[in-house]
Design a protein. Structure first.
Length: 127
């Protein structure tokens, strides 16, 4: 696997995939499915997305290969397509929603903080 800066085609594919994640309703659906397989009614109840919009967004997620379906009687069940999709959704949640975040909470104070009086060489101080 090469770095994206080395492969314009790979970068274009990645950018197109990221656009799918960038739509709020689709991201809500993916986040919901991160917690487990759901049918359309359950997704609608949890996310508050109305039926016409939900169907449209689920179709887009299927076309992008981000979700898989299985049919049981008359119900269609949705799940994330693979572990890579789950990893992307988890990372987005960690960065923006704080769910399962290993990031420093905004209210936490850093271990040490430079002040103007510390000068330029303060970073070299051994603690």
């Amino acid at each position: 696997m090469s770095a994206l800066y080395e492969d314009r085609d790979a970068a274009a594919v990645a950018a197109e995939k990221i656009k799918i994640f960038g739509q709020p309703q689709r991201l809500m659906i993916l986040s919901c499915l991160l917690r487990g397989e759901r049918n359309v009614g359950e997704i609608a109840d949890v996310t508050g997305i109305g039926q016409p919009a939900l169907s449209q967004q689920l179709a887009e997620l299927r076309r992008a290969d981000l979700v898989q379906t299985r049919k049981e009687a008359k119900q269609v069940w949705y799940m994330l397509a693979d572990d890579n999709v789950a990893l992307c959704v988890r990372n987005i949640e960690a960065m923006f929603a704080g769910v399962g975040s290993a990031l420093v909470p905004p209210t936490a104070k850093p271990a040490f903080q430079l002040t103007p009086a510390d000068g330029v060489a303060a970073f070299a101080r051994v603690l």
